[in-house]
Structure formats: C-alpha cells, structure tokens
Design a protein around this ligand. Structure first.
Ligand SMILES: [Zn+2]
Length: 98
C-alpha cells in the first residue's frame, strides 16, 4: 500500500490478517489516504475488504509514516478482539457459584 501526501510517498506492508474473522488473508485494497497535523506528524489510513468468502467485511488499518519512505502498520480502527483459546473441557464446565 502506497500513501501519497504533498508529492511524498510512503510504502507500508499490506495487512495479512482480518481484524474481524482473524483469518490470514490477502485483503483487497479499497482506498488509502494520509493526513498531516500542524506539528508535522502524519497518519495514514487504508481501507480494506477481507478476502475470506464468509467474511468479506471492510476494515481500516492505521499506519504511521516514518523515515526512508516507510509506513509502519499501527493497528486497526475496528474489528473484534481474539478471545482466549480455552480447551473444550474448560468451556463445558458449569459452575454453581452464587
Ligand atoms: Zn475477515
């Protein structure tokens, strides 16, 4: 993904995991843009669509422009957290604590 701002270009690696379904994917790039604050710091936003056929959800990835025309992926603005990976016998436990 390439971000352009005032003729400067910043390149960032495409996300490789969907923040909604958490599958490893090569998402479809929808759009990318960059904003710059008055203090000179910038933020790059990119909009993606998950390639997993049962998901296909849209998500927004946030990048920070850095030296050498690189943009580092900071995280996602939406999605669902990955829950704890409990073994099935733990999930079947039924407590009667009151
Ligand atoms: Zn997905």
């Amino acid at each position: 993904m390439t971000f352009t701002f005032n003729n400067a270009k910043y390149n960032g690696l495409n996300p490789n995991q969907c923040p909604h379904c958490h599958n490893s994917i090569e998402p479809h790039g929808v759009n990318a843009f960059m904003t710059r604050a008055e203090d000179g710091s910038g933020l790059c936003y990119s909009i993606w669509q998950c390639a997993y056929r049962d998901c296909k959800r849209i998500f927004i990835a946030l990048y920070k422009p850095g030296p050498n025309s690189k943009a580092e992926l900071q995280g996602f603005l939406d999605g669902t957290p990955i829950g704890p990976n409990w073994p099935p016998f733990i999930l079947r436990l039924n407590s009667n604590f009151n």
